[in-house]
Write a protein that binds this ligand. Structure first.
Ligand SMILES: [Zn+2]
Length: 174
């Protein structure tokens, strides 16, 4: 009798079914939408079509970190990106810095990419998915090390790598 009872307890602890997935939702602030649209265009141009119509982007506090953005991915729930309200992160950021930030977070939330921290010989990060530099193809405020300051020509490479991580190193990174 005791055995049967324990067995019942164990069984009842297992969830009977997967939790119902949340219905699709789409909520992106108007000033962020152009960057999400670029993500659609650039992925499509590279032969990919990630799901982009189930997404929440909101400005707010990024909990427990000083990051400018955060992606929350939970099973069965709409991917949620929080962009920091810090002026450095958005209001005072350049066009390319904003794009880098949004594409980085979309890399987490819609392409399931984690961080990639390795660097090229010149010190530049190999990936837009690095956790420290949100300006890999922007114009910098101050040159760092022996790297160039205007890195906008590198955009194509970083978008290629975002979508196809096995993209070979570009000439400027060898
Ligand atoms: Zn990240």
């Amino acid at each position: 009798m005791l055995t049967l009872f324990l067995l019942t307890v164990v069984i009842s602890c297992q969830p009977r079914t997967q939790p119902e997935p949340e219905p699709k939702q789409y909520s992106v602030p108007a000033e962020v939408e152009p960057y999400v649209q670029r993500f659609r265009d650039e992925t499509q141009r590279r032969g990919q079509k990630p799901v982009t119509d189930n997404l929440i982007v909101a400005f707010g506090g990024t909990k427990g970190s000083d990051a400018c953005g955060q992606c929350l991915l939970e099973m069965g729930k709409t991917p949620r990106i929080t962009l920091s309200t810090d002026a450095y992160c958005w209001k005072n950021a350049s066009e390319n810095e904003r794009e880098c930030l949004v594409l980085h977070e979309l890399g987490h939330c819609l392409l399931n990419r984690g961080h990639r921290t390795n660097r090229f010989a010149n010190g530049a990060y190999v990936s837009l998915m690095n956790p420290n530099d949100r300006a890999v193809y922007a114009t910098c405020a101050y040159p760092i090390g022996n790297d160039v300051c205007d890195r906008r020509p590198r955009r194509d490479y970083y978008l290629d790598e975002l979508i196809v991580p096995a993209t070979p190193a570009p000439v400027w990174g060898r």
